[in-house]
Design a protein around this ligand. Sequence first.
Ligand code: ATP
Length: 214
Amino acid sequence: MKPLALFGGTFDPVHLGHLSVAWEASELLDADVRLMPAHVPPHRNAPTASPAQRVAMLKAALQGQDRLTLDTRELRREGPSYTIDTLRELRDELGERPLVLLLGADAFAGLPSWQSWRDLFDYAHIGVLNRPGIDAKWSVDLAVEILPRRTTDTRELHELPAGKVIELAVTPLEISATRIRELLAEGRDPRYLLPCGLFEDASVLAPYRAKPTQ
Ligand code: ATP
């Protein structure tokens, strides 16, 4: 059965790194991919843009294709966005359809700090997306947990609903939202790191621009 893949993040702002790796993961896995903005990320500082602003940017970014869609369920839920709660909710909706959680290599290395992280494998597979320019060493706990779960065969992710880990060799793009926020705060214009839809209305990127001094 065609898997449903989830790509969560703060998307503050969504950039071409996110979109390109999500697109390639969808091709490699033959899966539908939903981009899922997080409300209050448990491991992170609060985003610069509001939830509504981040959704507006994602909508603008996703125009003109239907392989990648938007799922705003975590923004509608009160409190922090724990992935385990989202996966439980989706599993109730989807029955046996395979679910794949897509994580950049940096996010995957941090998995052992997530709420009930070992239980995630009861609900979903994990697809690890390579990401250049980051230090993504696996802890012993993580390495031991994934050893029996690793596969290179995407068919297993179509046959089983959950429990496997696959590394997806996507085109490496060294783009981060942190860098984009820095450039915008300096008054620069990271035009070709962001989807062009974000430049159509100047107010979209305004939250990241330095406020004029009085
Ligand atoms: P920030 O710089 O604010 O930490 P980010 O660019 O890492 O942001 P997030 O929204 O935090 O973006 O990331 C969401 C998911 O996308 C994470 O799993 C992250 O690893 C992955 N990701 C982001 N950028 C890339 C990239 N260039 N290549 C591969 N994965 C990426």
